[in-house]
Design a binder for this molecule. Sequence first.
Ligand code: AHN
Ligand code: ZN
Length: 336
Amino acid sequence: MNIIGKLFSGSLIILYTVSVTACGSSKKSDGSSIKEEESALEVQAPTFNADSAYSYVKAQVDFGPRVPNTKAHKECGDYLASELERFGAKVYNQYADLVAYDGTLLKSRNIIGAYNPEAKKRVILFAHWDSRPYADYDEEKYHHTAIDGANDGASGVGVLLEIARQIQKQSPAIGIDIAFFDAEDYGIPEFYQGNYKADTWCLGSQYWGRIPHVSNYKARYGILLDMVGGKNATFYYEGYSQRTANNVMKKIWNAAHELGYGNTFIKEKGGEITDDHIYVNRFRQIPCVDIIHYDTNSDTGFNPTWHTIDDTMENIDRATLQAVGQTVLQVIYNEK
Ligand code: AHN
Ligand code: ZN
């Protein structure tokens, strides 16, 4: 869009000096004009508070490991639903008995907070809130120890609770749904001796994908936050997101770079990961992007504390929460 177009378009005129450098049309040598990338910073998004997000991560960890069928899980579920309510969302609870890889029935609960529920234009933000019953990437003696899941689970939920708090103060132009999926991390462990069973991860999102909290649920796109609180976190283009939601993914990474988080959001390809976004996309045809800590130097591809007993609060870094939270806020406040 050129400057005149921008002045008349109703977008923020005060910020046009910023956007002129990044947008506008330019003439190619053959005389035709090409539209350049628009700046992600035209709209003023609220300021994400990482201390607040950190406190929501800690509150979850303080319950103990949130393994389905435990007291900590039950209590944390109640806490999350009440927080979403406190932040003004319309809250839906989905209870389901989901069958784990070994036949265990998991008393599961997906928790969804809807903002502006009547709006047709929607974006869904999600994370898993359960934590893994096994430290199966730790020493063998810890394989059956449940992890704190400060990063793996609680970090994404903590960032989303802070986003919920911001939405209550100043609502974006579109409807937002915040979904906390259960039973993501009860997937088949390496040490299991029984028969292999496919699709054992992401049981909560698989359930929601088949039976969403409102019938015929649709959204423009979805953003999954998984392990978004680790130290020196790096987020690469995740393979499945790239194939099914390339435009949204580029939009997120561009926003991050404009906000100064270029060292965290790396514009290079990472791995392809089985995660909740796959099922939200597969069952509901919603393009989804997984923002997930990917480490090119580690054996697992994930951060060094992944599925170990070291996935604790000591390894949570507010700077990472800030980078992810501010980026996601910017992206959703840009939607119209
Ligand atoms: C697998 O390990 C197959 N997928 C990673 C999904 C996950 C587990 N995210 C967090 N914990
Ligand atoms: Zn996990």
